[in-house]
Design a binder for this molecule. Sequence first.
Ligand code: ACO
Length: 321
Amino acid sequence: MIHARIAGTGSYLPGAPVTNDDLVARGIETSDEWIATRTGIRARHFAADGENASDLAEVASRRAIEAAGVDANDIDLIIVATSTPDYIFPSTAALLQSRLGIRNDGAAFDVQAVCSGFAYALSVAEKFIRSGSHRRALVVGAEVFSRILDWNDRGTCVLFGDGAGAIVLEASDQPGVLATALHADGSHHPILCVPGTVSSGKVLGDPFLRMDGQAVFKFAVRVLGDVAAEVLNAANLSIDQVDWLIPHQANIRIIQSTAKRVGLPLEKVIATVGAHGNTSAASIPLALDVAIRDGRIVRGQTLVLEGVGGGFTWGAALIAY
Ligand code: ACO
């Protein structure tokens, strides 16, 4: 039986941290106290002008490829999860393939599931590998959400940051991804969206992120709890057998409520939202890479990765690391 196993991880945060006080200094009517108490966020990173999702993805990917100890040209599948691609087309994944110098006619495409994007991309890659059609995938979450923030909307612009995270997922005879689950309920699209587009050279509608924060909060906690239980049931494991929960990093209060709902102590939850803000599809692989590099996550442990985001979409992966 072919399994899909994480061979290496990498991540990248652009520029210097931008603190809550820095946002105040930039003229946003907010405070460190307001942001930190409601969200746990103390800082985030923003890409420089002209620095795009593919730039961030490239650095994170090179680090993941190095950690995996593989040759980039042995990667035959690239999936980039992003809602802030460089272009309308080609995909950020195709641009990334070129930037990495990969010339093997492998597949490359983007997935768009907003903050669940990495969970979606990982699940798709796992199925390609388990089917035997592909051997080694680069799965990336890369976002420049700073480009879609309305700096006059203090209720949203303080929450997000830019970044990228990547994993190399490869065929193995050892168990890796044990179970995945993906869901969507498009009827909730108005509570988190960027309801605009480009047509005939003009922006139509609203090109900025809009959110009903309280509705998002309630929805997120419910589905993150449910989908963690779903992947555990699918693999016949109990929550006590999980070493680490790596949830989407939207808000520390969502993370705390989710941990309580799934019955896991906070000591077993990776939280990077304080230093990264919400980096949407990049948040899970960023948190995973941070905790692998600082030695908290080690080989042999059992992980639950889970995301929720616009659509609404949500998903999880149970992983033997
Ligand atoms: N600084 C200071 N005051 C602010 C700010 C700010 N940045 N933003 C809003 N306020 C004010 C409002 O104007 C309002 O003032 P008023 O009472 O005088 O009218 C007051 O604070 C309360 O505003 P609410 O929007 O009701 O604030 P709430 O307590 O709901 O907190 C928050 C907002 C933090 C966004 C909360 O709803 C939340 O955590 N929601 C979860 C959403 C989330 O994390 N989304 C991330 C993206 S979704 C995802 O990734 C899944």
